[in-house]
Design a protein around this ligand. Structure first.
Ligand SMILES: Nc1ncnc2c1ncn2[C@@H]1O[C@H](COP(=O)(O)OP(=O)(O)O)[C@@H](O)[C@H]1O
Ligand SMILES: [Mg+2]
Length: 604
């Protein structure tokens, strides 16, 4: 099935979407019924108005006028009816508003939850901005469809039938016929013209969203733009998108003109025909002046709601497509899901083992081949190797962001595919290479590790992560806002926040994925000290860039091109004189050169 594009408005209406909405309407049965009752009452008032108007005119008309009281009473009745019409309309909206809003809330939450349950792969392949827009459009689509379908289209049809019947019954078939023909032409023309216009609307929407994402992407890269001094280039690219948008909008407007013009023409013809018929009959004496006014009022009344038909038809179609797209999102299956008989992970010691694990993100390219290793309870195991070797992938598999293609991953003897994701992730804590923080205060970001932790535990985590001095140095202290994604903190500070929240989580298994590689040697030492303290007694997997930070590991795995090529402790690996020894010598050399350079500088 081809996913519907952002800006697609399909050419036909998919009525089945309504079915999916019914349960949401059913939640407030009484309200819906009352709202429909108001709707009927308002319609009765609407149809009654022209009749009162007719009697007023006839009462005021020449010879028959004897008493002033009668027309006055009628005028008052007219006013009251008009008021009732508006009041019932408002009441209907008020009653129904709650129903739509509740449906929007329910569905919005459902989609939000579902998005959080979809696999990482889905999210990496989708732009978050586009996703939230899809959600937004879907939810407002529900609002639109519910309101307009139930309170615009349906009542219009009811009113039309009423009026045609009244005209045919009271004034003969010809009046009813004119209305039927005119309305048929009007609807046919509106639908056809709207379908024809769809292309232009689509173009305009597409231009709108692509200029939008251009601007967002550019602003997200604010710093990069500055680094390269490319403001003018960015402005130019944005303006090119805007020019396309402007052009599309122009075509869109011209097509709207055609639609509105055609509709006006049909209405004008119908009005003229009705009025001429009525005028002839008044002249012949078979109709009163009041009848003339009544027919005029009915004709106008019928076409007013039809005026919006083109708009409503298009919007409903668009809304239905948006709702459908959102429901499609809801129906999207998660690749990684709890098995039906998933149990809670039972942690005894926190032993991890990878058994002949094969893995690929895409079927064409193998990332891990036959990876096997074991981390015994309480051990610290390090993984080293060139970038792109598959180290972080190991962590993603351990967290079960993806399922292995071959082999298995066990924690304390339990295949992680057989336990609930919630309990699995509960058991593991990670300090990633690039920590992303919520745009909130430092303390809230730390508390995120365990949202129900008490204040004392949070403070202890701050101390253990060596964050105390830093926080004390801030004017706003713990309440300092960290900026979007935590950009107001330095790399080392962010890492320490990440460590603090992992301490708070207090998991049985700890993972550090190059947690210090973006830091200078001094911060690295500090953070390593914090990490070692935290990891004491826990099973830990440390992915390291600088070998000097993991010489004390119980076991070191050397990864190359997705396979483990060597393993052993530091001494053993040096003696093997293989990849590890080479890497070690390389890093020692570069360390000593940088030291030498410093010494030289100090000498000069
Ligand atoms: N989501 C993904 N989709 C496709 N390929 C990926 C994805 N994530 C990582 N890769 C690829 O997998 C390989 C291993 O990546 P990774 O485990 O991050 O390496 P390391 O952490 O050792 O630097 C890299 O070549 C990378 O391009
Ligand atoms: Mg990595």
């Amino acid at each position: 099935m081809r996913p519907i594009q952002q800006t697609d408005v399909p050419d036909t209406i998919n009525w089945s979407v309504f079915k999916t909405l019914i349960p949401y309407l059913a939640e407030y049965k009484v309200r819906v019924l009352l709202a429909l009752l108001c709707l009927v009452l308002a319609k009765i008032a609407t149809v009654g108005l022209p009749f009162i108007l007719k009697h007023i005119v006839d009462a005021l008309d020449g010879e028959q006028l004897q008493l002033v009281a009668a027309p006055i009473m009628l005028v008052v009745a007219y006013g009251v009816l008009r008021l009732l019409l508006v009041l019932f309309g408002e009441l209907r909206d008020t009653l129904f508003g709650r129903v739509t809003e509740r449906a929007m809330r329910r569905i919005g939450l459902k989609v939000f939850n579902h998005l959080h349950h979809l696999d990482l792969d889905f999210h990496l392949n989708r732009q978050t901005g586009g996703l939230s827009r899809d959600m937004d459009r879907g939810v407002s689509g529900i609002n639109f469809v519910m309101r307009f379908m139930i309170f615009n289209i349906l009542p219009t049809i009811v009113e039309l039938l009423f009026v045609v019947a009244i005209l045919a019954f009271n004034y003969g078939i010809s009046f009813a016929l004119v209305i039927v023909v005119a309305v048929t032409c009007y609807v046919a023309f509106s639908v056809k013209a709207t379908q024809w216009r769809t292309r232009y609307i689509r173009e305009a929407n597409k231009a709108d969203s692509s200029s939008n994402s251009r601007a967002i992407d550019s602003l997200l890269n604010y710093e990069t733009v500055k680094y390269f001094g490319n403001e003018a280039y960015e402005a130019n690219r944005y303006d090119r998108e805007l020019a396309v948008w402007e052009q599309a909008k122009r075509k869109n407007r011209l097509s709207l003109f055609t639609l509105n013009g055609g509709q006006a023409l049909i209405i004008a013809c119908a009005m003229t025909a009705m009025m001429s018929l009525a005028a002839l009959q008044v002249a012949a004496g078979t109709m009163t002046l009041g009848d003339f006014v009544l027919i005029n009022a009915f004709t106008m009344q019928i076409f007013i709601p039809l005026n919006f038909l083109g708009f409503v038809y298009r919007e409903i179609r668009g809304s239905l497509a948006n709702i459908e797209k959102m429901f499609e999102l809801l129906a999207k299956p998660t690749k990684v899901k709890d098995s039906v008989n998933a149990v809670e992970l039972a942690i005894t010691d926190g032993e991890i083992s990878f058994e002949q694990v094969d893995f690929s993100y895409q079927s064409q390219r193998n990332i891990l081949q036959q990876v096997s290793f074991k981390i015994k309870a309480g051990q610290k195991v390090a993984v080293v190797g060139a970038s792109g070797g598959g180290k972080s992938t190991l962590v993603k598999l351990l967290f079960r962001f993806y399922d292995v293609s071959g082999g298995r991953v066990l924690i304390d003897g339990q295949d992680i595919r057989g336990v609930t994701q919630q309990s699995l992730r509960q058991a593991i804590g990670i300090v990633p290479q690039d920590t992303v923080l919520f745009n909130d205060t430092i303390i809230e970001n730390i508390r995120y590790g365990r949202t129900n932790a008490c204040e004392r535990e949070v403070q202890k985590a701050i101390d253990l992560a060596h964050l105390r001095d830093f926080i004390n140095s801030l004017p706003d202290g713990e309440q300092t806002l960290v900026g979007e994604r935590g950009l107001k903190l330095s790399g080392g500070e962010k890492q320490r926040v990440a460590i603090a929240r992992t301490i708070l989580k207090n998991p049985a298994i700890l993972v550090f994925d190059e947690a210090t590689s973006s830091l200078d040697s001094y911060s690295e030492q500090q953070i390593m000290a914090a990490i070692n303290e935290v990891a004491k007694g826990s099973t830990s997997l440390v992915i390291a860039h600088r070998l000097s930070t993991i010489v004390d590991a119980d076991n070191i795995l050397v990864m190359k091109d997705g396979a483990i090529v060597e393993q052993g402790n530091h001494q053993q690996l040096l003696q093997q004189d293989g990849e590890y020894a080479k890497l070690w010598q390389l890093q020692q050399k570069s360390d000593s050169t940088s030291k030498d350079n410093k010494d030289n500088k100090e000498l000069t």
